[in-house]
Design a protein around this ligand. Structure first.
Ligand SMILES: [Zn+2]
Length: 74
């Protein structure tokens, strides 16, 4: 079974709940609420998620362009 990891699922317990916890440096850390495992900096996780969304949006735009630009260009 193939799984796409976007950073929202815990690789340890499969939990879908990711919470941001403040560490002592004032930097939010992403952690699993179920088992408490840490994934890394919250900012990194957000970056990854954003890139994924941008990639997806780019694919949608390319699809429209291939159809002749209808829907984007007037
Ligand atoms: Zn977990």
């Amino acid at each position: 079974m193939e799984q796409t990891q976007v950073g929202a699922h815990c690789p340890h317990c499969g939990g879908a709940v990711v919470k941001a916890t403040d560490n002592k440096t004032g930097e939010a850390v992403a952690a699993c609420e179920q088992c408490g495992v840490r994934f890394g900096r919250w900012a990194d996780l957000e970056d990854r998620a954003k890139r994924f969304i941008i990639d997806d949006a780019r694919k949608q735009v390319l699809k429209v362009i291939k159809r002749g630009g209808r829907g984007i260009l007037k």
